[in-house]
Ligand binder design. Structure first.
Ligand code: 9MR
Length: 381
């Protein structure tokens, strides 16, 4: 009797406090409340991925969020994780030395909290999108080596502490190797006289926000080859030295002009080092018309793209250590691809068309997630 009394009154209290909850067969007061509106549709990507603990993310364009209604609704409804496409990069947060501009990044974090989304922080250390006072090309700087070291340390502490507790995964180091598997000769490499900056960055990052998962993030790791091997050797050696690295991000910028990569093998070999893995920037571009940059030249290309999307998600689903799957945006009108790949013109790389209608590539992700209900449960730590 006593237990029953406690649970009924607890339910009433919840119903009163929340006003959002309803329980079938509970007190008359609670039962008479209408069912709460679902925050997102049961067949959304985020809902379908939730039972196995996989987060489905998207890069977010800060100029569209909160401005473009359809864009904002899809961001909230379909995704359980968000990445700032640009607004957390160094040139955006500290355009003037010593003066931080966090507003746009803060708005994204607030949006994520409101919509129960986790945030991937992107990115603390890169050779692109650096502020002009630091470097205009990533390879040269007017600062001394000692100053370069000091500003990197200060940047990692300032940025991670600003967002402390709000970031699930941080891309601490982005794209440190070139396509030949050689360390890039960046201002970081030069100041340290080698790749020692990578270990320092991870150690500082752990100190700044001990709860964030710390990632190395790069492209073309999907394909076995010199670059993937070089990054594998790096992270294995970081682990051996007890450098605090938690995961490796496979960006996943794919094109139908190349064969499909042996992605699952690569996810597995990195995971076997005791690391989490994640797909962090997936898009699948194809050759398109120069005067209609999101219209494929070959009318059959969308089928190849669907196959790439489906297999990429399935590779992640098959590997328990793969904790998130993030397309690099969702609407073709906002993708970086058509502006970057112009010879030949490529585009149509995302899962929604220019009018924000879902494409076949969206449908195959839905199907793969529906069929994955029995896939291994992911743990986020
Ligand atoms: O999508 C981003 C685009 O808007 C920027 O102009 C570009 C600048 O370098 O960066 C793009 O995002 C990149 C990401 O930060 C790192 N991996 C490659 C992505 C595509 O270039």
């Amino acid at each position: 009797m006593r237990r029953l009394w406690i649970s009924v009154s607890a339910l009433s209290a919840l119903a009163l406090l929340g006003g959002q909850l309803s329980f079938a067969g509970s007190t008359p007061a609670a039962a008479s409340k209408p069912s709460p509106p679902q925050a997102y549709p049961a067949d959304s990507l985020r809902a379908l991925a939730a039972p196995i603990g996989l987060r489905i993310g998207t890069a977010v364009n800060a100029d569209q969020l909160g401005v473009n209604e359809a864009y904002t609704k899809i961001t909230a409804e379909q995704f359980s994780s968000v990445t700032a496409e640009n607004v957390m990069k160094w040139s955006e947060v500290e355009p003037t030395r010593g003066t931080y501009t966090w507003e746009k990044a803060d708005q994204l974090v607030a949006f994520a909290k409101k919509n129960k989304q986790l945030v991937r922080g992107h990115t603390l250390l890169w050779h692109n999108q650096l502020p002009a006072w630091l470097s205009s090309d990533g390879n040269t700087t007017t600062l001394s080596d000692a100053e370069v070291k000091a500003v990197l340390k200060r940047h990692i502490f300032n940025q991670m502490r600003h967002f402390k507790g709000d970031i699930w995964q941080w891309d601490v180091v982005n794209e440190a190797f070139d396509d030949n598997g050689q360390p890039r000769q960046t201002i970081w490499y030069k100041a340290w006289g080698g790749t020692g900056y990578i270990a320092d960055a991870f150690r500082w990052a752990r100190e700044a926000d001990p709860k964030a998962l710390l990632f190395y993030n790069d492209y073309n790791l999907e394909f076995t080859g010199v670059k993937s091997d070089a990054v594998y050797a790096l992270v294995r050696s970081l682990k051996a030295q007890r450098v605090p690295i938690d995961g490796v991000g496979f960006q996943g910028h794919l094109s139908t002009q190349y064969g499909y990569p042996d992605l699952q093998n690569n996810l597995e070999r990195f995971a076997a080092l005791g690391l989490k893995v994640a797909l962090t920037e997936v898009d699948v571009r194809t050759e398109t018309k120069p005067d209609a940059v999101n219209t494929p030249v070959n009318p059959l290309a969308p089928y190849a793209q669907e196959s790439y999307w489906s297999r990429t998600l399935q590779a992640c689903l098959a590997v328990k250590a793969c904790i998130s799957f993030t397309p690099w945006g969702f609407g073709d009108a906002y993708s970086w691809v058509p502006g970057w790949f112009t010879n030949p013109q490529e585009g149509a790389a995302l899962i929604y068309d220019e009018q924000l209608n879902p494409k076949g590539s969206y449908d195959v992700l839905q199907q793969a997630l529906t069929l994955a209900a029995g896939a291994p449960q992911r743990s986020h730590r």
